[in-house]
Design a protein around this ligand. Structure first.
Ligand code: NDP
Ligand code: OXD
Length: 310
């Protein structure tokens, strides 16, 4: 069996070693622009260049080394719809998301962001505490990662809310669904955490209209995709005080350009798309197991619905 591998960072050796360990029967072919590649059975990619489309169109399945597949689905039908796209499910990312979001929620709840600013200014000034009953955390997206985040937040006693496309039932979490449930979900969420896939339905979901529905003094945490937020609207609402602060891990343009106004806004905390890193060994293990299942005709988890876009 032959696997076509594309790594934008060019660091292919460790991946080849891990595939040799977990799928020794596979030969790895590295994709290079402008070179003739041998026909391959599977492709392993994250954000492939358009020039790779001819090779991607002839494999049995495409494995994505991430949870989100927007970087692949943007090609539309140029990627033949019959070729399954299989994403990572957790593979060590869920615990990282739980750490990142829990840290951010507690930072705002205990006002550490404000104490950090005070300390920089040499100020000793205890602030009034926030109350948990006024600090409901609403998670947009109750999938593999969103569910793990809600589980991690549960022991702290915040009112928890989740929003998804289909109906959910999670103990201790007030669940909302669909466009009809969004309004009520937003109006009661003091902290809004975005863990949605980027699809035509979710693009710009955090625009001025929706963010204005959050209670005054709310917080935004975006660990999904930059295009979920209308960036100028967020700035306007932060400047007006309606949004107290935001922690953003993802941006429309990455790396975030040096002249972007977010860098100048002290109430925005920026991290460079690290909330949940792809762990190579766990990813190769999951992909290897899924390739074996595909070879024997077994069902695999993580197959993307091309119509829904996730
Ligand atoms: P899943 O597919 O498991 O979960 C997606 C969730 O979003 C589901 O609950 C789904 O609802 C919900 N959803 C999708 N569309 C809609 C809609 N139109 N309305 C309401 N709910 C909707 O994805 P993961 O949890 O694995 O990953 C989520 C995203 O996190 C990824 O797509 C990726 O963009 C991002 N990510 C970011 C990383 C980072 O480092 N910043 C790392 C990893 C992932 P339902 O359950 O009803 O289908
Ligand atoms: C992912 C990501 O989707 O790293 O896995 O953003």
């Amino acid at each position: 069996m032959r696997i076509l591998l594309h790594r934008a960072d060019g660091k292919t050796e460790p991946w080849i070693k891990d595939f040799a360990k977990y799928l020794p029967e596979a030969e790895i072919e590295i994709w290079h622009a402008g070179e003739k590649n041998q026909a391959c059975d599977y492709a392993v990619v994250w954000s492939p260049p358009e020039a790779m489309l001819p090779e991607l169109s002839t494999v049995k399945a495409i494995f994505v080394t991430g949870a989100g597949v927007d970087a692949l689905l943007k090609f539309g039908d140029a990627l033949p719809p019959h070729i399954p796209i299989i994403r990572l499910e957790d593979a060590g990312m869920a615990i990282q998301m739980a750490e990142y979001v829990t840290h951010s929620v507690l930072r705002y709840f205990r006002r550490f962001d404000e104490y950090e600013a005070q300390a920089r200014a040499g100020q000793w000034a205890p602030l009034p505490q926030h109350h948990k009953e006024d600090f409901a955390v609403g998670v947009l997206g109750m999938g593999v990662l969103g569910t793990r985040v809600l589980e991690a937040l549960a022991p702290f006693g915040f009112p928890l809310r989740g929003w998804s496309r289909t109906e959910k039932n999670m103990p201790g979490v007030q669940c909302f669904r669909g466009a009809d449930g969004l309004d009520t979900f937003l109006r009661g969420s003091r902290v809004l955490v975005c863990m949605l896939p980027l699809t035509p339905d979710t693009s710009n979901i955090m625009d001025r209209t929706n963010m204005s529905k959050l209670p005054a003094g709310s917080y935004i945490i975006n660990v999904a995709r930059g295009a979920h937020i209308a960036e100028p609207d967020l700035l306007t609402l932060i400047k007006s005080g309606h949004i107290a602060a935001a922690t953003l891990d993802v941006f429309r343009n990455e790396p975030l350009p040096a002249q972007h106004p977010f860098w100048q806004e002290p109430r925005i905390t920026i991290t460079p798309h690290i909330s949940a890193l792809t762990l190579r060994r766990e990813s190769v293990q999951q992909i290897a197991a899924n390739i074996r299942k595909t070879e024997t005709g077994e069902q695999v988890a993580g197959v993307v619905d091309r119509i829904l876009g996730y």
